[in-house]
Design a protein around this ligand. Structure first.
Ligand code: ADP
Ligand code: ZN
Ligand code: ZN
Length: 728
């Protein structure tokens, strides 16, 4: 007797056994195919993992599989192995991890067949003369098709004014033939559309190291912004394409970086498949299939694209490897960057992690000789690196956050005909609304947080739970009308700059101003036309853009992350400052970066401003070692949340009491309330586990998970484990 062992998207950390479908023959079951199974009262799509001859489930409890959905597995074994590895490492339920490695379309049970584009071409030895003189439209259509010996699609026929409805008529007359489009790659010498740039020596050396060795190798391409990392990627990819292999590139956010995508498209004469969020499930699946079948030589995507199979993998590139978006923050909490290294190892291909501000983990991995450190310290072309100024604003009068010296400098840059970027990482008008009579702040009712005041349109908005309400006329506490905005967000800064520089366009870039489709592109067009303007925006401006005419970058508040409770606060602040700064001084304009701060004497901030990121990072690493924090220590967080205060914490206490004696070699700390204890109406608490030994922590966690699952409260409290957490 045989049983089918199936992975199911369920929170349970186990597999489920089923009987073969009724009336099915033996020997037709292939691991990796999708199956439809009964599960409770529902029907779910699962993945067949194994055919086994024994099961722990009593026979009368077993149900048959309803249907086998695929005739052969759609996903190669190594992607399933990657998902299994991730489930184990990140302590995520196995079935859910496996199913998440498939495109949504397949998870929902969609048919595993890619749609094809059909093309038409004329039959050999025919001509328009085969048609009657009177059939003008048929003749015109025939001529149009004849002009495309490689074939032409229906869409293209319509676009060229052809009468596509006559296709069947011509087909029936055997004058044209319909066929499926296949993407055969151009010959090696025709891969390039646009000539590569001659590399400068540091780029050349990086490229050589990446391309000269065979097999797996992890490279950290550590190059300042504008140093030509993307050019190195492009040329490394070219080498890969010449061998008939494929490249997988992960980027933080495709929507924000259309320029990067465009550079790939204009360099190569091969299809570049972008897996972005505006695709439908079906379109994403089609793109996934093109990658899996080797028809897409270049695949670019965000975090989840790490599970996209490639038929002939040649290289993996992670651009902006320090970016937090590579770590999924809920559900299946994997790091796509770290998985990419595991994947590259399994595929025996090189992997390049690129950044101007590498994560401390990656720098540490270089120091440990696990990664090869490739550095580019000079800017490409004749661009020079920007000059930093720490502007001490202690006791200075500020005009809505702008010091008068800063205003003067902005003026000077505009007068010399260049552009200015003002960075403030808070959207909205003001971060809080205060009662001038009693001091009460407008707070979110569902979070331990203040509501942000927005003016466009006017409302109060909680940026943590998304609650919104009208701006109150009177104070909740004392009834006073004296409600005043405190502090500045992007809207207020925009307004202030508008008053100060009435003749200069002020372009605001934040989540609100770019919510409408195409609005970002419009703003970018205006910036790229080159005339003086002031860009005001959040970290959306810090990602991937090139603003060649920006010569001054002003960071209004460099202090917000300096004293964070999160050990990564300083690293993140430094990365953000350097990334924003990197937008200035490209092309031939030397750039200047002004950091307004109340802590001009802060040692690490000074180090960053005077010596740069690399020196800063070494210093910060020393502190991490001194305090035994990652990367010198491995961390996992057990988080719990409940709608009543104290309940989540009580649950974690009880877990600790029950379990810590069994796992005494790892370090337990907490439970503590999470940094924002109440959020979106629930109270959150966390327990931190750490160890210098990764295997020990791993091993403990997998046992601990089972212990927690058995806890009587586990099914009533939302809890999760986050391994290598990004946010504390
Ligand atoms: P990064 O990815 O490190 O920010 P890019 O590859 O985008 O840098 O390069 C920044 C600018 O310099 C781009 O406009 C690019 O075309 C140009 N550039 C890159 N490499 C060279 C080179 N070797 N010679 C001249 N210009 C270059
Ligand atoms: Zn009041
Ligand atoms: Zn809230």
């Amino acid at each position: 007797m045989i049983f089918l062992r199936v992975a199911i998207p369920s929170p349970l950390r186990r597999y489920f056994d089923y009987l073969p479908p009724d009336h099915a023959e033996i020997g037709t079951y292939q691991p990796g195919t999708r199956v439809k199974v009964p599960f409770g009262r529902r029907e779910l799509v699962g993945l067949l993992l194994e055919v086994v001859t024994e099961t722990d489930v009593p026979l009368n409890k077993l149900k048959p599989v309803i249907e086998i959905l695929d005739s052969s597995p759609l996903q190669p074994q190594y992607i399933r192995d990657l998902a299994l590895w991730a489930a184990d490492y990140y302590q995520h339920p196995i079935g859910d991890a496996l199913l998440q490695s498939l495109p949504v379309f397949l998870r929902k049970g969609g048919e595993g067949v890619a749609s094809h584009t059909y093309l038409w071409k004329v039959m050999p030895d025919t001509s328009a003369a085969n048609l009657s003189d009177k059939a003008h439209q048929q003749q015109a259509l025939y001529q149009l098709i004849a002009e495309h010996p490689q074939g032409i699609s229906k869409e293209a026929i319509r676009a060229e004014g052809g009468q596509a409805y006559l296709l069947t008529t011509l087909e029936n007359k055997n004058l044209i033939i319909k066929f499926k489009q296949t993407h055969s790659l151009p010959e090696a010498e025709h891969l390039i559309k646009e000539a590569p740039l001659p590399l400068h020596p540091e780029q050349q050396s990086a490229l050589q190291q990446i391309t000269q060795q065979q097999g797996f190798n992890t490279f950290l391409l550590d190059g300042i912004t504008g140093s030509g990392k993307t050019e190195v990627y492009l040329q490394a990819i070219h080498e890969v394409l010449k061998k008939g292999l494929q490249a997988l590139i992960l980027v933080p956010e495709i929507g924000l970086t259309p320029q990067t995508l465009q550079r790939f498209k204009s360099r190569f004469r091969v299809p570049v498949v972008a897996l972005h969020s505006s695709l439908t499930d079906k379109q994403r699946f089609d793109a996934w299939m093109q990658a899996a079948q080797g028809e897409a030589p270049i695949v670019i995507g965000t975090r989840s694209a790490i599970f996209t199979p490639l038929k002939s993998p040649g290289i993996i590139i992670i651009d902006e490897e320090h970016d937090s978006s590579f770590k999924q923050q809920e559900g299946f909490r994997y790091s796509a960057r770290d998985l990419a290294v595991v994947r590259a190892h399994a595929e025996q291909v090189p992997i390049v992690l690129g950044s101007a501000t590498p994560s401390l983990e990656s720098l540490h991995n270089c120091a440990q000789q696990r990664y090869q450190h490739l550095t580019i310290r000079s800017r490409a072309g004749n661009a020079s690196a920007p000059e930093f100024q720490l502007m001490d604003i202690k006791r200075l009068p500020l005009n809505n956050g702008l010091s008068s010296e800063l205003i003067t400098q902005i003026q000077q840059h505009l007068q010399q005909g260049t552009q200015v970027l003002v960075f403030i990482n808070r959207r909205g008008f003001a971060p809080s609304l205060i009662c001038h009579d009693c001091g009460a702040l407008a707070e979110c009712k569902r979070c331990d947080a203040r509501m942000t005041l927005h003016q466009q349109p006017a409302h109060l908005h909680c940026h943590h739970c998304d609650s919104q309400r009208p701006i109150p006329v009177r104070c909740d506490q004392c009834g006073s009308h004296a409600l005043k905005p405190v502090g500045a967000g992007t809207e207020r800064t925009e307004q202030t700059l508008n008053k100060l520089f009435p003749d200069t366009p002020i372009l605001r870039v934040d989540r609100d101003s770019t919510a409408r489709k195409g609005s970002m592109a419009k703003i970018m067009d205006q910036v790229h036309n080159g005339s003086p303007c002031i860009l005001v925006g959040t970290q959306m401006l810090a990602k991937g853009h090139h603003f060649p005419k920006v010569t001054l970058v002003a960071i209004l508040d460099a202090d917000s992350g300096l004293f964070s409770t999160d050990f990564r606060g300083m690293e993140r602040t430094a990365q953000m400052i350097i990334q924003v700064a990197g937008r200035a001084g490209r092309a031939d304009h030397p750039g200047k970066v002004i950091l307004q701060t109340h802590h001009a004497e802060h040692p690490l901030l000074n180090l960053l401003a005077t010596k740069g990121y690399e020196v800063f990072a070494q210093e910060e690493l020393k502190l991490r070692q001194q305090y035994q924090l990652p990367p010198y220590q491995h961390i996992a967080i057990i988080r719990a949340e409940a709608p009543h205060s104290g309940r989540a914490e009580g649950f974690l206490h009880s877990i600790k009491e029950q379990q810590s004696a069994f796992f005494s070699q790892i370090h337990w700390s907490g439970p503590f309330p999470s940094p924002m204890e109440k959020r979106a109406g629930v109270f959150r608490s966390q327990l931190i586990l750490s160890s210098q030994s990764r295997p020990l922590l791993q091993h403990s966690l997998s046992h601990l998970c089972l212990g927690i699952e058995d806890h009587p409260l586990a099914s009533r409290i939302r809890w999760s484990i986050d391994v290598d957490p990004y946010d504390m």
